[in-house]
Design a protein. Structure first.
Length: 689
């Protein structure tokens, strides 16, 4: 009866997720009656974990010589409990078995992989044990439980919290751009798993430690998971190899999200197309027969790793070239204060923030950070498949996953209260030097002349603040084009989504055998969001699902709107044309977000105000942006506003702007007209925002 009611209700209002599923008063009533979380989501978290230090610990031996003796926080309108909740709220990311991560040793020693010193080396932030983090996992790493099994996964905070060091104090910035080297972290994690599997002494210590946790019934089960997740990690690293090394503070998140989705939409037909030319026809038949059980099950996470274990290195390289796109356009982790107040998000404005857009955007992010994706073909249809646009056919694709839509909605709600960090606040606490008010006043005049046209000024604490993304097309902005072009040009096999329709700004796109990766991601994400959480009690599952979608749609104050700026519009011939642009946003808190430009190719604000390269007519002795600099230190240069970056100061990651996707060109508005004094004035003003 209940199912029939929902089907009738939603059928009457249509089947497009963004337009129709939120108008039934009956759905609201049922949701409120049966949703236990409606009451449990109140203010309990505020008293659940209130550690005075917000769990922060100091690591004495920093690999790059940073000096930190204590940790401090700024006033960002979040309480201690708010911060700890954000650090430790799961979003459904399942990287590897939880107990494995707790006891795993580094590949070359008996030091725990998760030790504070090792975690700090990757520029994740160590934490002590607190009530909401009983095992003392780093900021952004958390326990997730899915279908009765415990995993370690990433939270939003892994990429969107940062630290700025000055005079021995580490200033934690909630919502700041992360500094992590995730690529090296993943490679070293895979190496540690391999070393454990292959070294008898390591294996014995590992087995004993996992057994003591009490979550496995036998060593055979432990060994089986160790083998499976070792293969899976190596396969992930292999198929995401890039010709553009990331280093610290950068990641090609979209490239990797695209690849994870393309991995999970593969079916027998598309897999045969992928394997053609890589191996012989008879070998294709043999491989397809072996992986058929995986293709027809809801355990698709094992597909690519299973294939990799059955192919030579050369065959794997051919498959990689056919199935995936190189994630070769790393960008800085975005800072996320004011994100719920934006009209469009991401560096190229790919994410609309209206309606249920924030849930879809965040769900897509979880796909990239190892959400378990149990996608499979099933008989008949369900409410979720109808809402996802699959209709009432004899078959449907179930998009069951570990993605925790309920928590994603709560995270977005909590972010709406976060304010940008204030230099003035830090100075009043004695953490940073006080601003020069005379320079600030003069710098504001320079800002009004050269910057205000694209970068709106807002009141950081105003509840009514809005951020209009001012889009500038590539030909005008002239910064590195790789990220924007990849988002539009990358394609992939549609697999289980073939002949489905994906919505763009100018109408529906029929997904052909090969289709735009952006359209495949959009369609998959819509269906994930439309699918209730399989881990919850029946009524709670349906009620939370309805409440989340209804609440997000009606409570979201961001409504559909046209993009602002000068860009090439979407057309029927180029439905993603507007994505060939980059976003200018309000600059409040910009002082805490180095390095600069979307790809992190400029180390300080002062250098951003310099031209990239010499031109005829430049005065003798002119300054230019550095072509190479070090990344990895968190020590703040309070004069130029950026992190310690001298090419030979320390052995971090050497950022070479002459390499692929690393160009430091563009965004030169007025730089050649400014005097050195005006640059200093403008830097001082930017500190004040």
């Amino acid at each position: 009866m209940l199912q029939s009611f929902f089907v009738y209700l939603f059928y009457k209002v249509g089947t497009n997720l963004h337009r129709n599923v939120f108008y039934g008063a009956g759905a609201i009533v049922v949701a409120l009656v049966f949703s236990r979380s409606t009451w449990s989501d109140l203010a309990y978290y505020k008293i659940a974990d209130n550690d005075a230090d917000r769990g922060a610990v100091v690591v004495k031996n920093d690999p790059f010589g940073d000096r930190v003796e204590k940790i401090a926080y700024l006033k960002q309108n979040w309480s201690t409990a708010d911060s700890l909740w954000f650090y430790n709220i799961t979003q459904g990311s399942d990287l590897l078995p939880y107990d494995f991560f707790l006891v795993l040793e580094k590949s070359d020693s008996q030091e725990l992989f998760r030790s504070d010193e090792n975690i700090n080396r990757y520029r994740y932030m160590p934490q002590k044990k607190t009530r909401s983090n009983p095992d003392g996992l780093p900021v952004g790493m958390v326990l997730d439980t899915y279908k009765g099994k415990k995993f370690m996964g990433f939270t939003c905070a892994a990429c969107h919290c940062s630290q700025v060091n000055y005079n021995g104090v580490g200033i934690r910035i909630d919502g700041g751009p992360g500094a992590a080297d995730m690529d090296t972290f993943m490679k070293d994690l895979a190496a540690a798993m391999s070393a454990t599997k292959d070294n008898p002494a390591k294996l014995e210590r590992f087995m004993k430690a996992v057994e003591e946790k009490g979550n496995y019934d036998s060593r055979d089960e432990i060994r089986k998971d160790l083998e499976a997740y070792t293969v899976r990690l190596h396969a992930y690293n292999f198929f995401n190899q890039t010709t553009a090394p990331y280093g610290y503070a950068r990641l090609d998140a979209f490239g990797r999200i695209y690849n994870r989705v393309l991995e999970h939409v593969v079916n027998g037909e598309s897999l045969r197309n992928v394997l053609k030319g890589a191996i012989s026809n008879s070998e294709i038949d043999r491989l397809l027969a072996k992986v058929q059980p995986v293709l027809t099950s809801d355990n698709r996470d094992q597909l690519v790793s299973s294939l990799a274990s059955m192919m030579s290195d050369d065959q794997q390289k051919r498959v990689r070239a056919r199935l995936f796109n190189s994630p070769n356009a790393p960008v800085s982790y975005p800072f996320v204060w004011d994100i719920p107040q934006h009209d469009y998000v991401q560096w190229n404005g790919i994410g609309a923030n209206a309606g249920v857009g924030p849930i879809g955007r965040n769900a897509g992010e979880v796909l990239g950070v190892f959400g378990t994706l149990d996608w499979a073909e099933k008989d008949g249809w369900t409410i979720s498949s109808v809402l996802g646009g699959q209709g009432f056919g004899d078959k449907h694709i179930s998009f069951t996953s570990s993605v925790n839509v309920h928590n994603l909605r709560k995270i977005e709600s909590r972010l709406s209260t976060l304010e940008s960090p204030s230099w003035k606040d830090a100075a009043e606490q004695g953490l940073l030097p006080r601003l020069d008010s005379s320079l600030v006043e003069k710098g504001e005049l320079v800002f009004d002349e050269h910057c205000a046209r694209c970068h709106a000024q807002i009141e950081r604490s105003s509840p009514s603040r809005r951020i209009v993304a001012h889009m500038g097309k590539l030909a005008d902005v002239k910064t590195d084009e790789a990220m924007a072009k990849n988002s539009v040009q990358y394609k992939g096999f549609s697999g289980i989504l073939r002949n489905w329709y994906s919505q763009s700004g100018v109408g529906g796109i029929l997904l052909d055998t090969r289709a735009p990766a952006a359209a495949i991601l959009t369609t998959a994400t819509e269906n994930v969001v439309a699918t209730p959480d399989p881990d919850k009690w029946f009524f709670t599952r349906g009620a939370d699902w309805a409440v989340d979608l209804i609440d997000e749609f009606f409570s979201n104050e961001i409504k559909p709107s046209v993009k602002s700026g000068d860009y090439d519009p979407d057309t029927t011939a180029a439905p993603f044309g507007s994505l060939l642009a980059y976003k200018a946003r309000a600059l409040n808190g910009i002082w805490a977000t180095a390095p600069y430009l979307h790809n992190g190719s400029v180390p300080t604000l002062y250098h951003l105000l310099l031209p990239a390269d010499p031109q005829p007519g430049d005065p003798a002795g002119s300054e230019y942006r550095p072509k190479k600099f070090q990344v990895g230190s968190r020590e703040l240069d309070v004069t130029n506003v950026g992190f310690r970056h001298g090419e030979n100061e320390y052995q971090g990651f050497l950022f070479d702007t002459t390499q692929q996707a690393n160009s430091n060109a563009g965004h030169e508005y007025g730089t050649r007209k400014m005097t050195p004094e005006q640059r200093r004035q403008l830097v001082e003003y930017l500190k004040s925002l």
